[in-house]
Design a protein around this ligand. Structure first.
Ligand code: FSO
Ligand code: SF4
Length: 529
């Protein structure tokens, strides 16, 4: 096997051998390559991307999402997905499979060609592929709420086609940046889908205490699954707790009205094997990040949508959560209330500072900057992971000066979101904007501030300090580059799929740099603007 799509890849070069660090087996990795090759074949069969049908778009989105890190470990599910892709191609070009003198134009792509390509071409194609994999997750969540964008769907096809066709750095570079451009549209679509369906997020305090009695933990990003589970558990004496990237759900008016949506359990994804050990409750995974379950809780793991693990009960599209509900009642939960804490000992966290909430205080913020009460903004955001170097982000936040504001989003925030950093002018210094896709909101805030000060985003006293782990972080990074954002700090290590030349290009054109130490980076970043 060969896979180097996430941050924890072996030796910062690539997972090979029998299994990856994430627990993905060699056979699964090979099937994921086969699926990607089949998707390229499908994209080749769409002879007019302008006319890509909703059905083809959905198959491509589902197929790409299946290959994101920590989503599907189930070979049978991936094989089914490959068949679905092949069937869709057959529907589009039924004559190709019968052709005696095949021209090869709609052939599936052999991913080995990509892994063996010239290192700069491989680097750019990887950026495109991993970027659209991350973007597919966002498009998928929007789709389940009945929102879709024809331009986004067309681009998945165009990008897949280019991965299987273009061979020059010059032709691939603009496609890389276009992933960022289209991902901005895709995140905007999901923002619209979430807020039009569930209301505008409101700042909300969320307890980390788990009450006694039966409960269910819901993790991942899919708000629709949470909504359906809340409806099906209402009045059954079962409480619901969010986990990981589901935490921001507490801020949506239509979800917070359910009184049995009680609080948040646990911290970021990489702690799940410890935190779920002997948990007296089932866990429903709606997206990544799923780690291979330990035997002490494997019987409580339930998956849905594209998430799958061999042996775990999968809730299909009928969305009957009865097996999860029965498991919660059988396990019974804790006998007494459990006052749990975050990583730094806090007993509650806050979320819901989306772009609308922050921009409703835009006047106060602008005045505070003009009066010198706010000297700097830091967006400390992105994914968490297991590497020890990630303590940097906790230390960074702790060391930021008291006249700075920290905006955060995604699962990396669990390293510091239970800290009380005080307030500036009635606004908390630490504001959680939501899930990773709410990077869209952070961009809206940055653009609005730049407008208010009559300058560019790069001229604002604003710095981006990002942590990455998997492919959604890749598409968000590409969006920031597409917007021309400079001097991003990225860690805990740089992606293995950036070749030295491509990295140089990013350094020279965007000033992107690896994190160093909190002291050094705070000093440098505050001097930049
Ligand atoms: Fe984290 Fe996992 Fe949202 Fe990712 S839970 S690592 S970038 O899936 O998606 O932040
Ligand atoms: Fe390795 Fe990451 Fe690929 Fe898993 S997803 S095999 S950890 S590079």
């Amino acid at each position: 096997m060969f896979c180097f799509q996430c941050e924890q890849t072996v030796g910062c070069t690539g997972c090979t051998g029998n299994a990856g660090v994430c627990g993905k087996k060699a056979d699964t990795a090979r099937l994921q390559d086969e699926l990607t090759g089949a998707l390229i074949g499908l994209a080749r069969a769409v002879d007019d991307t302008a006319a890509i049908s909703k059905r083809t778009g959905q198959v491509i989105i589902e197929g790409l999402f299946t290959t994101v890190t920590n989503v599907s470990f189930d070979d049978a599910a991936i094989q089914n997905m490959i068949q679905k892709v092949r069937a869709e191609k057959e529907r589009l070009v039924p004559d190709c499979s019968k052709c005696q003198s095949s021209c090869g134009k709609t052939d599936e792509y052999d991913m080995q060609q990509l892994w063996d390509a010239d290192e700069d071409v491989r680097s750019l194609k990887s950026l495109i592929l991993f970027g659209i994999r991350g973007m597919a997750a966002y498009a998928y969540h929007a789709n389940v709420l009945n929102y879709e964008d024809a331009e986004v769907n067309r681009f998945f096809c165009e990008a897949l086609f280019k991965i299987g066709y273009e061979e020059s750095v010059e032709a691939l570079l603009p496609v890389v940046l276009k992933v960022g451009e289209i991902n901005l549209k895709c995140m905007a679509l999901l923002d619209k889908a979430n807020t039009e369906t569930y209301g505008t997020p409101e700042p909300t305090a969320v307890t980390l205490t788990v009450e006694k009695g039966p409960f269910i933990v819901v993790t991942g990003h899919d708000l629709k699954d949470l909504q359906l589970l809340l409806e099906q558990t209402e009045g059954k004496g079962i409480n619901i707790y969010t986990h990981g990237e589901m935490l921001p759900a507490h801020a949506y008016p239509l979800l917070k009205k359910f009184s049995h949506l009680k609080g948040n359990f646990g911290t970021a994804w990489q702690n799940q094997q410890k935190e779920f050990d002997h948990l007296p409750a089932p866990i429903l995974y709606t997206t990544n990040c799923l780690m291979p379950p330990k035997s002490s809780y494997a019987d409580r793991v339930f998956t849905t949508e594209v998430v799958a693990f061999p042996g775990a009960v999968h809730i299909d599209e009928k969305k009957d959560f009865t097996p999860v509900i029965e498991k919660a009642l059988e396990l019974g939960g804790y006998k007494e209330d459990q006052i749990l804490t975050g990583i730094n000992g806090g007993t509650k966290v806050t979320t819901g500072f989306g772009h609308a909430a922050i921009l409703s205080h835009a006047g106060t913020v602008v005045e505070a900057v003009k009066a010198g009460a706010i000297r700097h903004f830091f967006l400390v955001a992105g994914c968490d992971g297991a590497k020890p170097g990630r303590n940097y982000y906790t230390e960074f936040v702790k060391q930021t000066p008291s006249d700075s504001i920290i905006l955060t989003l995604a699962c990396g925030k669990f390293r510091f979101n239970d800290l009380d950093l005080g307030e500036i002018g009635g606004l908390p210094r630490l504001m959680d904007m939501g899930q990773c896709n709410d990077a869209y909101g952070a961009i809206q805030v940055a653009v609005a501030l730049a407008d208010a000060f009559g300058c560019s985003v790069n001229e604002l006293p604003l710095s981006f300090v990002l942590s990455w782990y998997e492919q959604k972080a890749v598409c968000i990074l590409l969006t920031l580059l597409h917007l021309g954002i400079k001097n991003i700090r990225l860690g805990p290590s740089l992606p293995a799929f950036l070749s030295p030349n491509i990295l140089n290009f990013l350094v020279e054109n965007y000033g992107i740099a690896p994190i160093t130490t909190p002291e050094e980076d705070i000093k440098t970043l505050m001097n930049h603007s």
